[in-house]
Ligand binder design. Sequence first.
Ligand code: PDD
Length: 280
Amino acid sequence: RFAYVNGRYLPQDEALIHIEDRGFQFADAIYEVWSVRSGELLDADGHFGRLERSLAELRITNPKSRAGYRLVIAELLRRNRVRDGLVYLQVSRGRARRDHAFPAAQTRPTVVMTAKRLDPAAADRRADHGVAVITRPDQRWARCDIKTVNLLPNVLAKQAAIEAGAAEAWLVDEAGKVTEGSSTNAWILNAEGVLVTRQADHAILHGITRSTIMNRAAALGYRVEERAFSVEEAQTAREAFMTSATTFVTAITSIDGRPVGNGAPGSVAIALREAYLESL
Ligand code: PDD
């Protein structure tokens, strides 16, 4: 497998960054993840837009144009023979002697990109069965709308989910409302048949798949409400599901051990997943 690091393509095991890279020292870095299907990036421009926004919020100079990133991505897909899989991109503020404040001299941002193959059939099988989620307190910071690599609370929540035999942890704010999953956005179909997902405030990542699904759902005639919902509302909803670049739309069949609906993947979640994948 080949990785891209600061202008060079290297075998992944030889692709290294400096120990004083601020991404390593302070998580002073942002990232993006694209799905690749049949050699094409999904929601490419949505992810580029968010990348530019994350960099601007942290005042990291964007080292490349979209065309520049696309050239590297195309080369990585070719070298790694990826038709279906994922592209990962990380940009850090760069390398400087360790000091919390931004370095006085302009640093060169570090750009790392990798690509890997995934079997789309395996992902589809998982979605066919639906997944269990648990809930955990949301212990993250107040700017979750920036896609930084500062993911420790997400990592711990996901690990707790895996240890509980679940696939994802839904994070719950101090008001008892679900913010999002550790690496996915959270949705329900409530008793009135309305799709509900939290408003895109600073408490959640503004998921690219989330906004595409909002548009698809509206086009299919569903009502979508952007507002916070409680764990109890989710447990008594008709359906629950999650969205992300890696899971597309995946039905949730239980929350903290309580079945959602009849405990099988909901028909609206399935229809939205199909609508998303058909539009490629
Ligand atoms: N995660 N919320 C969080 C906290 C996320 O990390 C992600 C994506 C999402 C969904 O966003 P999108 O639809 O743009 O992928 C929501 C990526 C896939 C990851 O960390 O690997």
